[in-house]
Design a protein around this ligand. Structure first.
Ligand code: UD1
Ligand code: CA
Length: 458
């Protein structure tokens, strides 16, 4: 059997008043990714061949965040979820018989759960199938009212519910599959005769039941997947759940996480087997880490590629490439466009920016290396600075293979220290140093004999 497909309509026009934010609710991030992006990804992976996103509050921002991944329709006034779906009608095509409606604020969804909903909807040949969940605390959700045979009768919003209905723990997750034609005709029957004066999408269910249509329900086994985020507290709860999910996945793949409470790894990150992640570590964005690495403690890595056997501790790296068996840290800042070749060692208060560092080179202490092309087996003495900025332009420094830079040297760019050359400690190098030469650029030492006695006896 071919995998069923559908059109997804994602509701994302609301302001998210309860977030108390200027940012549209659906753009708040969890696991480093906007909530609505999580929903869109799950829908696409579950078989949605067309995604329509209903936008309103912060429309431009939401559209920009999802550009190229969906069609957009603007809901000028947020008159309710039913009204929101109605706005998407002109964009529906004949291609999919089934329309899956989702809310942009349920970021923990998995595509497996959505596939299950879609499959059940097709198998039961229902006109509508609602995804439900049993919540330990159902506050704020619409409750699912069933008859004694278990048939869904209606969904009642919290604000419209009776005491008996409020006691129901089975809630509407806000995710449904509908037969497109049936949905279109029913949407037009909605009224705003309720506590919030809104056109509720949920009323479609009772209208269909009354009209003798087949309404089915699928219950999510794990209610956490369907949590809706309305407040910052719920955002933090969801973040924790997503984080634990990612850490478990990594541990199942053979990564050691020493302290799950203080390790933060984005969903998009991949890590190889037998790598150990020490506490208080953030690994974010498009980061790939190889196997047998030691990462952390107290480290942050963003959008970087790290090969196997790397030791990275007490340091921060963003947009860098690190080859195998490199040692970074403690207290290193690696800035964008830095490439550390295999066997490099960078440690103890060193900053490297926009530089290529060749195999086996060592930058062990207190240096700033910026806009530099460094060869192999170079030794950088403590306190070496590449003087890359003249106040107007940035210039590059070249340090060729086997060069040896003495402590506290300034290399004033543009400048080249050629193959095997030495630079004397304390030099300010402004001219190229030829291969195998010693560059010295400092005042000669002059010792004044008996000077101390003379000034003391004045
Ligand atoms: C909704 C459901 C409720 C369900 C819950 C699940 C209705 C009436 N209620 O309630 O049964 O338990 O979701 O999380 O559907 N939106 C628009 N335009 C609007 C109104 C809302 O696009 O005019 C969007 C919001 O941006 C949001 C989603 O629809 O992404 C849900 O809206 P929200 O206000 O959070 O609904 P709930 O009160 O949570
Ligand atoms: Ca909600």
């Amino acid at each position: 059997m071919t995998k069923p497909s559908c059109t997804a309509v994602i509701l994302a026009a609301g302001k998210g008043t309860r977030m108390k934010s200027t940012l549209p609710k659906v753009l708040h991030k969890i696991g480093g990714k906007a909530m609505v992006q999580h929903v869109l990804d799950a829908a696409t992976d579950a078989g949605a061949t067309l995604n329509i996103v209903v936008i309103g509050f912060g429309a431009d921002e939401v559209q920009q965040a999802l550009a190229g991944q969906a069609e957009f329709v603007v809901q000028q006034e947020q008159l309710g979820t039913g009204h929101a779906v109605l706005q998407a009608v002109p964009l529906l095509t004949a291609e999919s018989k089934t329309v899956m409606v989702l809310c942009g604020d349920t970021p923990l969804l998995t595509h497996e759960l959505l596939s299950k909903l879609l499959a059940a909807h097709e198998e039961q040949v229902a006109q509508a199938t609602v995804l439900t969940a049993t919540m330990p605390d159902a506050t704020g959700y619409g409750r699912v009212v069933r008859d004694e045979t278990g048939q869904v009768l209606k969904i009642v919003e919290q604000k419209d519910a009776s005491q008996d209905e409020l006691a129901i723990k089975e809630v509407n997750t806000g995710i449904y599959c509908f037969d497109q034609q049936v949905l279109l005709s029913t949407l037009r029957e909605l009224t705003c005769d309720n506590a919030q004066g809104e056109y509720y999408l949920t009323d479609v269910i009772s209208i269909l039941v009354k009209g003798g249509m087949k309404v089915a329900a699928v219950s999510a086994e794990d209610y956490q997947e369907t949590l809706g985020i309305n407040s910052r507290s719920q955002l933090a709860e969801a973040e924790l759940i997503l984080r634990r999910r990612k850490l478990k996945e990594l541990m199942d793949q053979g990564v050691t996480i020493m302290d799950v409470n203080s390790t933060f790894i984005d969903e998009s990150v991949t890590i190889g087997t037998d790598t150990v992640i020490y506490p208080f570590t953030w690994i974010e964005g498009n980061t790939k880490i190889g196997s047998h690495c030691e990462i952390g403690p107290n480290s942050r890595i963003q959008n970087s590629q790290i090969a196997s056997g790397v030791i990275f501790h007490f340091s921060y790296a963003h947009e860098v490439v690190i080859e195998e068996n490199v040692i970074v840290g403690p207290y290193v800042h690696l800035r964008p466009n830095t490439h550390l070749s295999s066997g490099v060692k960078v440690g103890n208060f060193v900053e490297v920016k926009n530089s290529m560092i060749g195999k086996g080179s060592k930058l062990p202490h207190l240096s700033y290396i910026g806009d530099t092309d460094m060869g192999e087996r170079v030794n950088i003495g403590s306190g070496t600075i590449t003087v890359n900025y003249d106040g107007v332009h940035k210039h590059r420094t070249t340090i060729e293979d086997d060069a040896f830079i003495g402590c506290n040297a300034n290399l004033v760019a543009p400048v080249v220290v050629e193959r095997g050359a030495y630079v004397a400690a304390g030099s300010t190098i402004t001219k190229n140093v030829p291969a195998q030469a010693l560059g010295v650029a400092r005042a000669r030492q002059n010792n004044l004999a008996g000077w101390v006695d003379r000034i003391k006896n004045k």
